[in-house]
Design a binder for this molecule. Sequence first.
Ligand SMILES: [Zn+2]
Length: 425
Amino acid sequence: MRKRKKAAAAMAIAAMMVLALGSGCQKKYEQIELSNAGSGIGEDPGQGGEAFEGGQADGSFGQETDLAGPETEGRAETSIREQNMVGQPAPVFKDVDETVYVSGDSVNLRASASTGSQVVAVFKKGEKLRRTGYGDEWSRVQYEGMTCYIASRYVSAAVLEPEAGTAQGQPEAGAAGDVAFNSSWKYGEFSKINSGTAKLYRAEEGSRKGITVCVNAGHGTSGGSSVKTLCHPDGTPKVTGGTTGAGATSAVAVSGGMIFSDGTAEAKVTLAMAKKLKEKLLAAGYDVLMIRESDDVQLDNVARTVIANNCADCHIALHWDSTENNKGAFYMSVPNVSSYRNMEPVKSNWEKHNALGECLVAGLRSAGVKIFSNGSMEMDLTQTSFSTVPSIDIELGDKASDHSDGTLDTLAAGLLAGVNQYFGQ
Ligand SMILES: [Zn+2]
């Protein structure tokens, strides 16, 4: 968000115009949140007090800012406008009350419904506004308690992928919103596959806890095994064996997963498990960030982890192990290797990872799930190596384990009990 220095004056103009139109400031609307990381409201754009959005200092306009800049206000524009209008000329507005998201990269918010009017603020893609009036050309919106105008074709009622964080992409209660990977997030540069999107679900308002659980259905990234990512952010080698041996500095971005003894792919079962867990968590009032909801999501293990770091309060990756003796469930604990536990972000988070794992195993045990050994196995995982929120790879059984619908229900109940225990719910 960039805002013109002269916004106050613009607001005064807007207020006068609104009064002239007889609609007044509609204070009943909540304060609209416009702040975005690194670009706070009121920030001086540093260009002589003027914010330019792909436009020029001489006042001409960029391609994607408004209905039409002075130089593009021509016949072609008019004919498009006429096709769209069909007897509903601006500034006639249909009264609405809805959240809209900016769909252009830099879009002007204006004091009145005219490209010649004062620019009050410039909005980035994904930012949201409360729309109170819809017209073919212009939408009437609320901004800091005032009525302003924005080109209708650059706003959408659909939730768009946020540019940073989840603030702009969070859906209404009960609905889902896409969460895109952001390469500027910490450790984001270590991801190689990240064009996919996770999905954030909100619990119903009445029961909402304000805690987001990232549910990561293990595997399921087409092409993921032919790309490699660093095991550790500092480039040091793995300290334990596993799918990738100890000593390796890079590992497959996402492995294919194992095949159960009955021929079922692990990735199918982790997906079914994730969907069951999502429903249970939502019903209990948790918001849920689903990393994968189909057979393929183009997010590698680093991307999944970084998304969870930024958009969730904990991260649970669902897996089944590749042994074949139905040994029971356990979590991958943080190896007790000093070099590993002293490497950030492991150093600051490993105790939380293990605590979450202990809670999940306790929850599974309480649901009657068979537990392997003491319930944990030390493992140096990419997930753990990049996690900044409590983060666990839980192995819910192995190749020989039953994965029927009823068993998955039991496992989901156990995991929910563990999540409740971890968050003191
Ligand atoms: Zn697995």
